[in-house]
Design a binder for this molecule. Structure first.
Ligand code: FAD
Length: 490
């Protein structure tokens, strides 16, 4: 199902598909919030900029986000202070606070009607055992955000044990915001080509379709593998969102629990968006483990509610919880990357756009070192490393994967499974008419074995989060090719 944001506007205008060779000062790949924001700043500085997207504008993660604009990125400041020092943590905070101001300023400057509202943002726990985590976070915040306050009550329709509020944060409709930026870009000669998949970036002049002095990868997760090796430093995590209508009064601020299962709340017009049920992309999940958890919560809190929207998306998670921004690799000059937003891309995209634009235009940013893409830091975050490694290694060889212990005829209607057919592992999707659709369940990115996601009816990769529709068409990066389809007769 479409996200509320996508349904709330007409398709954002672009220059359509790229159908000829062309050139620009800078080519931005990706028309989500990070690519569009970067292009906006480049055009403001007079750079001839072109944007390419494989899909429509905003149809990546940005169109399916929750769109809270906050510097409170879950529990982060105690972790950053402990690992890298208070100064580092404070800079991370300041960079994201500056991003909130930049977004507000941009909206005002361009009179963008995007339902931007100043809100407070809370993290909270309902569990006794998580109170200490809130206390630690609050302790570190004393040196970072003097205005952060510990709270023991909220307007949520249940009792919280403890929380922390950041005042003067914000929320908006991310696609209406993009529409405003796109208007600016197109009016000043920028070009945005949609349905234009970028498959390679080469330095040889005669192989360019788009010639540019600088290239920015704003594709959420890079489709390029080497150099860079970002696939070895990030995994993808999915979450689910429902939009409900209720006659009850809605909480007016933004909330995120730190518990398991965790829940996120914000309003969007007359809807309450409830998010959560997160898992590593590519884990085998069904409705009850995803939307079902959110639906149960919604009915428990608002028994009269009607669920109007269901959607999901995923984001790139870095092992040290900090985005990668700057040069793509020491071996590829004039090529830049912005990725690994850890589900906090509304502010992070603005921070990263400014860092990269400063670099391209010969300036420098005080935040560049914090987010440096070519950094090497020992991996201190053991939980995330485990997340990254376990399914990835398990999934690498098809021969070692056990088919599910079922026969072709046992696959349920409108569902999928990997079965063994004469010694070959085959992915089957059985459609509602009973017809089977066969694919080779091997990701076209790096050869990992796919899992069936019964909540979204997709084939998902547990290694790097590529996703394919039920018939094997590639819908999300980093893979760019469709799955091999088998033409077996039923
Ligand atoms: C469930 C969920 C909730 C979230 N909620 C919040 C929130 O409340 N606040 C917050 O700050 N962040 C949130 N985030 C994170 C935030 O939504 C993302 O970090 C952000 O939208 C990423 O933007 P992007 O522009 O980098 O990526 P995208 O929006 O995915 O844009 C990348 C674009 O690149 C294009 N592309 C990819 N590969 C190619 C290619 N080879 N050729 C051409 N085009 C290509 C894609 O089509 C896409 O349009 C959330 C994330 C999730 C998963």
């Amino acid at each position: 199902m479409n996200a509320f944001w996508i349904d709330s506007i007409k398709e954002i205008k672009s220059n359509g598909e790229l159908k000829e060779d062309t050139s620009a000062d800078v080519c931005v790949i990706g028309a989500g919030i990070s690519g569009i924001t970067t292009a906006y700043y480049l055009i403001k500085k007079g750079y001839n900029t072109i944007i390419l997207d494989r899909n429509k504008i905003g149809y990546g993660v940005t169109g399916y986000t929750t769109a809270k604009i906050t510097s409170q990125h879950n529990l982060i400041y105690h972790y950053l202070s402990k690992q890298y020092g208070i100064k580092f943590a404070k800079k991370y905070y300041e960079a994201n606070e500056e991003a909130i101001k930049n977004i507000e300023e941009t909206i005002k400057e361009n009179s963008i009607d995007c339902d931007f509202e100043i809100k407070d943002n809370y993290i909270y726990t309902v569990n006794e055992e998580n109170i200490e985590k809130i206390n630690e976070e609050a302790e570190s915040l004393k040196y970072i955000n003097m205005n952060a306050e510990k709270v023991e009550k909220s307007e949520l329709p249940f009792k919280i044990r403890k929380g922390i509020v950041f005042k003067n944060q914000a929320q908006f409709n991310p696609l209406k915001y993009l529409e405003g930026l796109v208007g600016y870009i197109l009016n000043r000669g920028g070009r945005i080509y949609t349905n234009s998949l970028c498959t390679d970036i080469k330095r040889k002049d005669n192989e360019y379709h788009v010639k540019a002095n600088g290239v920015i990868l704003a594709t959420q997760y890079p489709f390029l593998k080497v150099p860079g090796f970002y696939f070895a430093k990030m995994y993808q995590a999915s979450s689910y969102i429902i939009g409900i209508e209720t006659k009850n009064e809605l909480p007016k601020d933004m909330y995120l629990s730190i518990d398991e299962p965790n829940f996120s709340f914000r309003t969007a017009k007359n809807l309450l968006l409830i998010g959560g049920a997160g898992h590593k992309t590519g884990n085998k999940v069904d409705y009850n483990q995803t939307y079902g958890i959110l639906e149960k919560k919604a009915k428990e809190l608002y028994p009269d509610c009607n669920i109007k929207y269901f959607w999901s998306t995923r984001d790139a998670i870095t092992l040290d919880k900090i985005p990668y921004v700057g040069e793509y690799s020491n071996l590829m000059p004039n090529m830049y990357i912005m990725t690994g937003f850890n589900k906090w891309g509304m502010t992070s995209s603005n921070v990263t756009a400014n860092i990269v634009v400063d670099k391209i235009t010969g300036g420098s940013s005080i935040y560049e070192e914090i987010f440096k893409s070519t950094r090497y830091k020992p991996i201190v975050n053991k939980d995330e490393s485990k997340n990254m490694l376990i399914d990835s290694t398990k999934s690498l060889l098809l021969d070692r994967i056990k088919a599910e212990n079922i026969e072709v005829e046992d696959v349920k209607s409108d569902s999928g499974a990997i079965v063994d057919i004469d010694g070959t592992k085959v992915g089957i999707y059985k459609d509602k008419t009973g017809k089977n659709h066969y694919i080779k369940p091997v990701c076209t990115h790096l050869g990992c074995i796919l899992e069936w996601n019964d909540a979204d009816k997709t084939w998902d990769c547990p290694c790097h989060g590529s996703r394919y529709d039920k018939f094997g068409k590639n819908i999300y990066d980093p893979a760019i090719k469709n799955l091999e389809v088998f033409d077996f007769k039923d």
